[in-house]
Design a protein around this ligand. Structure first.
Ligand SMILES: Nc1ncnc2c1ncn2[C@@H]1O[C@H](COP(=O)(O)OP(=O)(O)OP(=O)(O)O)[C@@H](O)[C@H]1O
Ligand SMILES: [Mg+2]
Length: 267
């Protein structure tokens, strides 16, 4: 059974209105148990929309989304996934610690267990000293790290992450990439991860799914076979080969789109 199956999904916003937008066109995506899949593609190609469809935060116009063998709605109601989205989405009136505790509360964890787990997760993202602060007192990158801690708090079987490291400095980002991989491997978590960084996608993923400019379609998927995901892997020929493959796919997708939208430019 796949962790996620997206089949023939099209998403049109504002159907029939002047501002109608086709965000996704006939998308198929399958994520196996324990697999780490990244989505990469130009801004506005529908990556966040695809993640929101999987999370059942918006319905597909046509096609089906299946999560852990059931509907996306069932998975949402069971809290079968953790999410860390582009905007941190923290509750302003809750302290940092109580934001991280929220999914544990929803899962019925007791107070002592919630506290110790929130502490553990905040230490992991380097925010142990900010447990009692409120989100507005943190920088953007710190807020993102709280959102990551919250997403990981219940060790969900599926993680949906939308540029979770986008606002972080390079060193913090690389450290959290390593931590994330460790957590995913230990818990056999399946992950769908959106990023604009080719090297980040390649380092983290079993498979990098390349999308075309809007309306987003899946152009190709690059399998990444690295012997290990450690610092040496970032210098390995396999790493650079995968980066080149993803870059070429992105370029090909962009050229293809230009060719169809601006035919005059070709002559
Ligand atoms: N709620 C909405 N209502 C109308 N249009 C929307 C809505 N959400 C997204 N869109 C449109 O769908 C398209 C895809 O948006 P989406 O946010 O999925 O892109 P993205 O690939 O995540 O981009 P980025 O890399 O900039 O985050 C865009 O053209 C956007 O304007
Ligand atoms: Mg987005």
């Amino acid at each position: 059974m796949n962790a996620v199956s997206v089949e023939h999904v099209t998403k049109v916003f504002n159907t029939g209105r002047a501002d109608e937008v086709t965000a996704l066109s006939d998308v198929d995506l399958h994520v196996g148990q324990g697999e780490f899949v990244s989505l990469i593609g130009p801004s506005g190609c529908g990556k966040s929309t695809l993640l929101r469809l999987i999370a059942d935060l918006t319905p597909p116009t046509t096609g089906t989304v299946t999560v852990a063998g059931g509907s996306a709605g069932e998975a949402r109601r069971r809290q079968a996934y953790g999410i860390a989205f582009q905007q941190a989405g923290l509750f302003e009136w809750r302290t940092v610690a109580r934001n991280v505790e929220l999914p544990l509360e929803l899962h019925g964890a007791g107070r002592a267990q919630r506290r110790s787990r929130a502490r553990e997760m905040l230490d992991l993202v380097g925010l142990g000293d900010f447990a009692g602060h409120y989100p507005a007192q943190l920088s953007g990158g710190m807020q993102q790290r709280v959102a990551i801690a919250r997403a990981l708090a219940v060790s969900p079987p599926l993680l949906l992450m939308d540029e979770p490291f986008g606002a972080l400095d390079e060193m913090t980002r690389e450290r959290l990439q390593g931590e994330l991989l460790g957590i995913c491997a230990a818990t056999r978590t399946s992950t769908v991860f959106v990023t604009h960084s080719i090297s980040e996608a390649v380092f983290l993923s079993d498979r990098v799914v390349v999308m075309s400019p809007r309306p987003g379609r899946i152009v190709t998927a690059v399998d990444v076979a690295l012997p290990a995901r450690d610092e040496a892997a970032r210098q390995s020929p396999a790493f650079f080969a995968a980066i080149t493959a993803v870059r070429q796919a992105l370029r090909g997708a962009a050229d293809g789109a230009n060719a169809t939208t601006v035919p005059a430019a070709a002559s």
